[in-house]
Write a protein that binds this ligand. Sequence first.
Ligand SMILES: [Fe+2]
Length: 174
Amino acid sequence: MHVNRVSGYCHALALAHGLTADFAEQIQQASPMHDVGKIGIPDMILLKPGKLNDDEFEIMKTHTTIGAKILKGSKFDLMKMAYDIALGHHEKWDGSGYPSGLSGEDIPISARIVAIVDVYDALLSKRPYKDKWPVKKIINIINEQSGTHFDPSLVETFNRIVPKFLEISEKYEG
Ligand SMILES: [Fe+2]
C-alpha cells in the first residue's frame, strides 16, 4: 500500500507540475525503488522504535549511496531515474540534505518530487512509535519547509492538488 501511495502521489504531482505524461509514468514506476538501499542497513537500525542516535543516523544515511550503487549503470531511462531518486531523495533545496549537499535545481526534479511525497506519506502513516498526523498539520509542515527542505514551486503545485493526495491516501489506506 505504501508503494501504491508513493507511486500515485508522484504521478499526480508530476502531471500537475506540468511535466510530461511520459515523465509522470516513469516516476510512478521508479519512485518505489527510492529506499532500495535500505537492504544494506542492519535491522537493529531499520526497526528501532524511536529516534536514531548520531552513529545510527550516519549509517542510515548510507541507504542513498547503497541504493545508487545497486541501480547505477543502466542504459534504460527508467533505471536512470530510479538511480537519481535513490541517491537524491534526501537532498534539500537549501543544500542541507544528504548525501551530497546538492541544492536547488542541481537536485534532479524526480528526487525533489519524491522528497515531498516521502515526507507526506511518512507523516500520514502510523508507525510503532507514532500515530499518523492530521492532514492539516502535514500540509503546514510541508509549507513551512518550502524553500528550505522542499522546492518551493513543487510545494505550490502540491497545495493545488491536496484533494488528489487525499483521494490517493484513502484509496490505498493501510
Ligand atoms: Fe530514504
